[in-house]
Write a new protein. Structure first.
Length: 245
């Protein structure tokens, strides 16, 4: 039986900003239903990789295939069709300060999915908040939320559009150890419940261990190592092992 094609495939990806070469030929795949963690020091190109993936940054060279479609030369309209199938959880949560939790989720849903009835909108908001354990926060403003609560709402906003892919950019940054663990466990439960495929950019090794089916390590713009947490932890490469100390 032929192996299933990856849901994401990046081949020979290059990106520079002026004289500063960030990506120098990155190759990676994400399989359907897989959580792929990307580790790397600051400036190694982790966030640039996922920005290229959705067209927020234009790659200099290389191929990016999502859902079997080469996206690097798509026009905005066709690229937006791809983006509607992808959820994002940004590092800072990126909630609208002037809107309540309910309004933030409603705005995302109405922008993404037309022709929903009021009862369908409310049902989807309730389900998304229930999935992250925060139904009671529905009428709170972002300023009333703790850092952990804001991350949970950001995750609710990512899953409310029923994405096939979710991109997480430092989902546990700025959180204490216990809250980080809760967010990591939530990411794993979302994967199981919604059958999502994800790329998780993180510096948090506990997050990598909890969420990652497979881990890549970026070094100076190239994939330096690949494997499971257990495999990489025992690597013969001292630099790779330094992430696990």
């Amino acid at each position: 039986m032929e192996a299933a094609k990856p849901i994401i495939a990046i081949k020979s990806l290059y990106k520079s900003f002026g004289e500063n070469a960030i990506l120098k030929g990155v190759n990676l795949t994400v399989n359907k239903g897989e959580n792929l963690v990307i580790l790397g020091r600051s400036g190694s190109g982790k966030s640039v990789t996922i920005k290229c993936l959705v067209g927020l940054v234009k790659a200099d060279e290389g191929q990016i295939e999502i859902f079997d479609e080469e996206i690097t030369n798509l026009n905005d309209e066709d690229l937006n069709k791809i983006r509607t199938r992808i959820g994002f959880m940004f590092q800072n949560g990126a909630l609208y300060d002037s809107m309540s939790v309910r309004q933030n989720l409603r705005f995302t849903l109405k922008h993404h999915t037309r022709n929903l009835s009021e009862s369908e909108i409310e049902s989807k908001i309730d389900e998304a908040l229930d999935s992250v354990g925060l139904k009671e926060a529905i009428d709170k403003m972002p300023a009333e939320l703790s850092g952990g609560m804001e991350k949970r709402i950001a995750l609710a906003r990512a899953i409310i559009v029923n994405p096939e892919i979710i991109l997480y950019d430092e989902p546990t940054s700025g959180l204490d150890t216990i809250t980080s663990r809760e967010i990591s466990e939530l990411i794993s439960s979302v994967q199981k419940k919604y059958k999502t495929s994800s790329i998780i950019i993180t510096h948090d090794m506990e997050c990598a261990k909890t969420t990652g089916n497979r881990i890549l390590i970026l070094k100076e713009g190239l994939i330096n190592a690949e494997g499971t947490y257990a495999e990489l932890e025992k690597s013969d490469d001292q630099w790779v092992r330094s992430f696990f100390i």
